[in-house]
Ligand binder design. Structure first.
Ligand code: CP
Length: 470
């Protein structure tokens, strides 16, 4: 099977079978590094890093050089014409005519998708704001698989800033797809975003369960804990762990992987509801790992670390983070070679039994509702010249839209039909999204407004169904 000319913007751009095949290729490349120097000869990779990076950028560049290709790069947005007001789409078109593949890191969520939409060549997302970092998830999965041979059934705790940690978003989706049990220990103010949790339950048919610590005495400890755990319920994935036994199971068998991330200070204010996030940030150290639950735990971190992971753990055989970083080269070599068509892989149908992608209808209009995420690429002045906000309609009741760029979800309150006239302008009415009109308006006529002001600015008047008794 060929992955040629495909892009990797989210981890869901690769099926489970493709990820497994990529890992086999990474194994082979790793075992014969010196034989890879002609695989991408004559090819050029554009390395565009508009946020700081050590591992991702340098491992991508090392990967391309080891494959015999060449690299052109831009590492400072201020040194590109983006600083003059050029749009991302124009930059993508131009760089797409200079290179064979683009790797991009950008602070705006959804920026990598725009580049992939316009470049005309394969694009790899090396991190777009707080959205996703799919190749970090590949390195993480590869590390776990190397150490434990499988992902299925492992109990994996994600620890730290789950709200803004893009690597942990991609990893969560991948772990769910491969049948891990994912635990989200408490991280007040920094919990996993609703849109990520929502995708786990809608796309991956996962089940979210909130576990309450049974009493105050155990509440301060890592386990048992207040947590949400997610276990896939699809028949081809992991058999359900009975809810009642999860805490007993954790105590008895322990936790397989503790995945730690730093506070993503660059993405939010230092305090949330009066809480000092930096001061109160959890620390993983020797003392914590003395707990019985961590006896065989792999300690992982995408790096860079700040204070959340003690240096005293570096020599501990459970610590995996430098291996994780080192695997970046063979994993990224395999990905580049596959997307450039320099290598092909065999994937059996059985291996490729990934949860089916849901084909949600798209809502696309030049006016009406906008994404509420101020960091979404669709809300930036330079991009608004050519881009309209598009959404997937995840559900009608309640009305739930997911931005196609940053994947944030919203629940707009007002709807109307474009088929309003029937010869009478006074019928140009808007209604509550909770009224029966949500079922009555044909999908192709549906207009969605984020506010009454938006609706009225378009010449719509309130119907008697603008307020609905709950
Ligand atoms: N893990 C990771 O993305 O590291 P860098 O920011 O150094 O690339």
């Amino acid at each position: 099977m060929s992955l040629v000319n495909r892009s990797c913007v989210t981890i869901d751009d690769l099926s489970n079978g493709e990820i497994e095949a990529l890992f086999s290729l990474a194994d082979k490349m790793s075992d014969s590094m010196n034989d890879q120097s002609r695989v991408c000869q004559g090819k050029i990779m554009a390395s565009l890093f508009f946020e700081p990076s050590t591992r991702t950028r340098l491992s991508f560049e090392a990967a391309m050089l080891r494959l015999g290709g060449q690299v052109i790069s831009a590492v400072d947005i201020g040194a590109t014409s983006l600083a003059k007001g050029e749009s991302i789409a124009d930059m993508a078109r131009v760089v797409g005519s200079y290179a064979d593949i683009i790797v991009i890191r950008h602070p705006w969520e959804g920026a990598a998708k725009v580049v992939a939409d316009y470049a005309g060549i394969p694009v790899i997302n090396a991190g777009d704001g707080g959205h996703e970092h799919p190749t970090q998830a590949l390195c993480d999965l590869y590390t776990i698989r190397k150490e434990r041979q499988t992902i299925k059934g492992l109990k994996i705790a994600l620890f730290g800033d789950l709200k803004y940690g893009r690597a942990v978003h991609s990893l969560t989706y991948a772990l769910a797809r491969f049948g891990a049990i994912i635990l989200f220990p408490p991280s007040p103010g920094l919990e996993m975003p609703d849109n990520v949790l929502s995708k786990l339950t809608t796309e991956y048919k996962g089940k979210l369960i909130r576990l309450e610590a049974p009493n105050q005495e155990v509440k301060g400890r890592f386990f048992p804990l207040d947590a949400i755990y997610m276990t896939p319920s699809s028949s081809h994935q992991l058999a359900m762990l009975p809810d009642i036994s999860i805490q007993i199971e954790l105590k008895k068998a322990g936790i397989d992987t503790l995945y730690v991330i730093r506070l993503q200070k660059e993405r939010h204010a230092p305090t949330v509801e009066g809480q000092n996030l930096e001061r109160d940030y959890p620390v993983v150290d020797r003392k914590l790992l003395k707990e019985k639950e961590f006896k065989r735990t792999l300690v992982m971190h995408p790096l860079p670390r700040i204070d959340e992971l003690a240096y005293e753990l570096d020599a501990d055989p459970r610590s995996m983070y430098f291996k994780q970083a080192a695997y970046g080269v063979p994993v990224r070599m395999a990905l580049i070679a596959l997307l450039l068509g320099a290598k092909e892989v065999m994937i059996s149908k059985e291996e490729d039994s990934f949860v089916q992608k849901v084909d949600y209808p798209i809502y696309e209009r030049d006016f009406g509702v906008r994404c509420l995420n101020s960091n979404c690429v669709s809300n930036q002045e330079t991009e608004a010249r050519y881009m309209r906000p598009d959404f997937r309609i995840i559900s009608l009741e309640p009305l739930t839209l997911r931005c196609i760029y940053c994947e944030h979800e919203l629940h707009p309150q007002y709807i109307a039909s474009s088929d309003w006239h029937e010869g009478k302008l006074e019928n140009k009415k808007y209604h509550s999204a909770e009224s029966h009109w949500i079922r009555k308006i044909k999908p192709e006529n549906l207009i969605i407004f984020g506010s009454e002001n938006e609706a009225q600015a378009r010449g719509f008047n309130p119907s008697k169904y603008v307020t609905v008794d709950r």
